[in-house]
Ligand binder design. Sequence first.
Ligand code: NAD
Ligand code: DAU
Length: 331
Amino acid sequence: MRILVTGGAGFIGANFVHQTVRERPSDEVTVLDALTYAGDRTSLDGAGDRVRLVEGSITDVPLVDRLVAESDLVVHFAAESHNDNSLADPTPFVQTNLVGTFTLLEAVRRHDVRFHHISTDEVYGDLPLEGAERFTPSTPYNPSSPYSSTKAGSDLLVRAWVRSFGVRATISNCSNNYGPYQHVEKFIPRQVTNLIDGVRPRLYGAGLNVRDWIHVEDHNSAVWRIIERGRVGETYLIGADGEASNLEVVRTLLEIFGRDRDDFDHVADRPGHDLRYAIDASRLRTELGWTPRFTDFREGLRATVAWYRDHESWWRPAKAATEARYARTSQ
Ligand code: NAD
Ligand code: DAU
């Protein structure tokens, strides 16, 4: 199969490419990536000669048309992905997440190519901190930030293109990922690399907000399961029962680093900060028979810490600029 992976030089996309070449020996992968600040060609090092990287934007109509025409499947990861950046400047979020997804949909419509759209649980807004309620495929959309609202809009475009034009697409909405190759702007890599540098972790507000963590390998195995066995037009929620408060995550990291459990700072909260995310992945588990492999979050964090210790040359170039950006908002 010839697979076009958009955003394949980013965190989840690069892990997807490595998993794909490892597990699918006859597939060929073309990565289309604009190599924004979040993309890194070295994340694809070692993927081998069945992977080709094309530097370009998903908003480039002729380029997208040519690459889609050559493909049997498009897996669409490319996005502006960071909530804090979307609060500082929503412009690229509208361009990439909405106009870019529209551009891809028009191309897969013209060439009748199977499409899988990668999305987020943030399209559903947030849940109360207390309680056992979880997101399901029928939870109403209620996004909070420019990032999540553009992702919600992109999901709705996909749904409309399925219904109106018969595009063969599936959608997945996943919870918070962690693992190798995640940019140092994101919560876990930021604190891990701070701790490597001897800097105290930084918690937004009281640190009570809850995220539902999943290892990136489990996200990607679920994506493949949906591509292979999912029903066209359907939405699947991906999660691995990994709820933890930000404070709990920081305390676990401090323990892994052998530091005092209170060795962190509270900093300014994120405006509009979503309280809690939690995924009910029953459809994926029961209909498609998917199960996660990385069920021990503490062990997953240990392995992730080891990866960042071993790959300093990968993350170091982005660290100072990222912290300078945070310093401007006191976060
Ligand atoms: P990322 O920011 O690490 O990577 C995004 C990639 O897209 C980068 O390589 C970037 O260069 C590329 N890109 C950006 N604009 C582009 C454009 N116009 N044209 C081509 N490429 C472009 O993001 P990520 O965390 O890997 O997220 C990937 C996808 O998964 C996104 O769609 C995101 O919404 C979704 N998602 C992420 C998470 C998470 O926890 N990180 C959870 C659920 C869903
Ligand atoms: O839920 C899926 C989403 O998860 C994805 O769609 C997004 O692309 C991805 O970035 C992530 O969004 P979050 O906003 O939840 O992730 P982030 O890593 O930015 O923050 C996780 C939590 O940690 C959040 O409650 C904010 C908090 N935080 C973050 C940073 C960077 C801190 O307390 N301190 C920090 O320094």
